[in-house]
Design a protein around this ligand. Structure first.
Ligand code: FSX
Ligand code: SF4
Ligand code: F3S
Length: 364
């Protein structure tokens, strides 16, 4: 049996993943994709019966962090099986083959899986100087992308470089870096930004494709809505401090030590759409803000050029125009269910703050 004819379950079985773990994995994926639990049997059936999608994975201008993110997940089941979800026919940094042999393998995979393979792209594509900034096997990246995209079923642009240009496209964009969707026309393209994207998000996109034979619902920027519908700020673990007007002013001040909001230290959470504050990283352990660093907006367009990382935004999105962190003070924001929870937390924080100043006053 050829590798790509095997199902995901075949490979799970070979790795001795129990039935219980398999179903847990399906439930985890359903939740990550934002589906009801009723979708679990459908996901399980797809992974049991459908051939794994053939994948050609190209690398252009990037750091390979997207592959690393996919590989290095610490989710107990995902870590073992993530690459089993796909039938990887060509991946420049993981394949054993090299040189002519590798290029021939890619051509063979593209011919045998014509119209069926998913083209995964990491990195932006240098279009300046006729593509001479990046050539593989003597061909410019622009040509390699066009060749591979011609007969694919869909393209996944992994990471901010492929989806938004990322670091290589930062001003003055010396290589004329372009995004996948600027160059590939007439094929479905899904953008999965983040520098890099979260492994669970990457797996969720593939499981959705495998289960429903189509890409998940996308937003205006071509991103899967299930993962990029909310701002980091909406579910941030420091949000109560933001609502309470309690901001760390320096990385080593008392506010920073107490876990206060990092807005004044440049946090771009209010303008960044990603799943970091919900799914988090390293099997849900943490994410930049929880670990003490402001969000630098790595999943947003032009994030390298969107102002200095450690300078705060001029305006507060979602607030009255012109309001800034200093003016927000104790104003509560959302009137949503989430907002009520946040407001309750904020009230607790404010009460604590009042108590502290009372004590301070009493002592003084
Ligand atoms: Fe870009 Fe991916 Fe940033 Fe790196 O390959 S999105 S530089 S983490 O890894 O493309
Ligand atoms: Fe969290 Fe940043 Fe929003 Fe503060 S500004 S609540 S640290 S996302
Ligand atoms: Fe990137 Fe911000 Fe998440 S910097 S990893 S989008 S918290």
């Amino acid at each position: 049996m050829r590798q790509q004819e095997k199902t995901v379950l075949d490979l799970f079985n070979r790795r001795k993943v129990s039935r219980r773990d398999f179903l847990q994995f399906c439930a985890f994926m359903a939740a990550a994709i934002g589906l009801e639990s009723t979708a679990v049997p459908q996901i399980a059936a797809a992974l049991e019966t459908k051939p794994r999608p053939p994948v050609i994975w190209l690398h252009f201008q990037e750091c390979t962090g997207c592959s690393e993110s996919f590989l290095r997940t610490s989710h107990p089941i995902l870590a073992d099986v993530i690459f089993d979800l796909i039938s990887l026919d060509y991946h420049e940094t993981l394949q054993a083959a090299a040189g002519l042999q590798a290029e021939e393998a890619k051509l063979k995979a593209m011919t045998e899986n014509k119209g069926k393979y998913i083209l995964c792209v990491e990195g932006s594509i240098p279009a300046g100087e006729n593509g001479q900034y990046c050539t593989i096997g003597g061909k410019p990246a622009t040509k390699l992308l066009a060749e591979a995209a011609k007969d694919c079923a869909a393209v996944i642009a992994w990471g901010s470089c492929a989806a938004n240009g990322g670091l290589p496209a930062a001003n003055p964009n010396p290589t004329g870096a372009k995004t996948v969707d600027q160059l590939v026309k007439g094929k479905p393209v899904i953008n999965v930004p983040g520098c890099p994207p979260i492994a669970e998000v990457m797996a969720g996109v593939i499981v959705h494709y495998l289960t429903f034979d189509k890409l998940p619902e996308l937003d205006f920027a071509g991103r899967p809505k299930a993962f990029y519908d909310h701002r980091i700020h909406d579910k941030c673990n420091r949000r109560a401090y933001y609502d309470a007007g309690m901001f760390a002013e320096k990385f080593d001040d008392e506010g920073a030590k107490q876990g206060w909001c990092l807005y004044k230290l440049g946090c771009k959470g209010p303008t960044t759409f990603n799943s970091c504050s919900t799914i988090r990283w390293n099997n849900g352990t943490s994410y930049p803000i929880q670990s003490g660093h402001p969000c630098i907006g790595c999943s947003e367009e032009n994030f390298w050029d969107n102002g200095p990382f450690y300078t705060h935004l001029a305006d507060m999105p979602g607030m009255k125009i012109g309001w800034n962190a200093d003016q927000i003070g104790l104003a509560a924001t959302a009137v949503t269910v989430g907002g009520i929870a946040v407001h309750t937390a904020a009230t607790t924080v404010i009460k604590g703050k009042e108590k502290k100043s009372e004590q301070k006053g009493g002592n003084g």
